[in-house]
Design a protein around this ligand. Structure first.
Ligand code: IYR
Length: 224
């Protein structure tokens, strides 16, 4: 390890924005994000590889503990693998909906119209399976720790969802539980654990979303 001032630093390329533009930018960003919805009815229209690469680059720009970037984004477009993932997810979800989830949980989900069947896992042109890296394995086989892994990967997934929406595509944050089958099907190493599964693509024609509301600013914000 070097002394603190021996590590390279570069100037931050700060681009000043007028206060009028700041408010307008924040407003349009907010308006755009407010239009995002979780979509469960997908079209099978393919998505370009270039688009997915840009979206994942945006997600991977997220801050992370000690800049360890403890994530892997697996893009699955193979029909055979999507089918395997659907079958395994539905098996777990069937158990969850029929015996693992509490009555309260099922009642909370009722307005969303979800059930154990997950056709979108096969219909959507691609699935992004995000893995968190609990540790990394060095060239000499030593385990190198990662820090604040859930926070880091959670932030990256927030960037990912925003990037998908900004690009004009739709997604769903799907969390089949338990989801260890994803590591097995995608042959991920032992240091990687599945974090989130996002079908990505275009909405089905006439796709519908539940008529639900976000909490108001007054409900979520406190000034001190
Ligand atoms: N994983 C299940 C159940 C589910 C749980 C929550 I919390 C949701 O917000 C939505 C669904 C499923 O994907 O159906």
């Amino acid at each position: 390890m070097l002394n603190k001032n021996e590590y390279p630093f570069i100037n931050y390329a700060y681009k000043p924005v007028s206060e009028v533009d700041m408010l307008a930018n924040a407003h349009y960003f907010m308006e755009n994000l407010l239009k995002r919805r979780s979509i469960r009815a997908f079209s099978d229209r393919p998505v370009s590889t270039a688009l997915i690469e840009k979206i994942i680059c945006a997600a991977a720009s997220a801050p992370s503990g000690a800049n360890r970037q403890p994530w892997t984004f697996c893009v699955v477009s193979s029909p055979h693998l999507k089918k395997a993932i659907r079958e395994a997810a539905e098996k777990e979800e069937y158990e969850s909906y029929h015996s693992r989830m509490s009555e309260e949980w099922l009642a909370d989900l009722a307005p969303l119209g979800t059930d154990w069947e997950k056709p979108f896992l096969e219909i959507a042109p691609c699935l992004i399976v995000v893995f968190k890296q609990i540790y990394e394995v060095e060239a000499d086989g030593r385990k190198h720790n990662n820090y604040y892994v859930n926070e880091s990967v959670g932030i990256a997934c927030g960037f990912l969802i925003a990037a998908i929406h900004q690009a004009g595509l739709v997604t769903l944050t799907h969390t089949p539980s338990p989801m260890n089958f994803l590591g097995t099907i995608l042959a991920r190493p032992a240091n990687e654990k599945p974090f989130l599964l996002l079908p990505v693509g275009y909405p089905a024609e006439n796709a519908q979303v539940p008529a639900i509301q976000k909490k108001t600013l007054e409900e979520v914000m406190l000034w001190y």
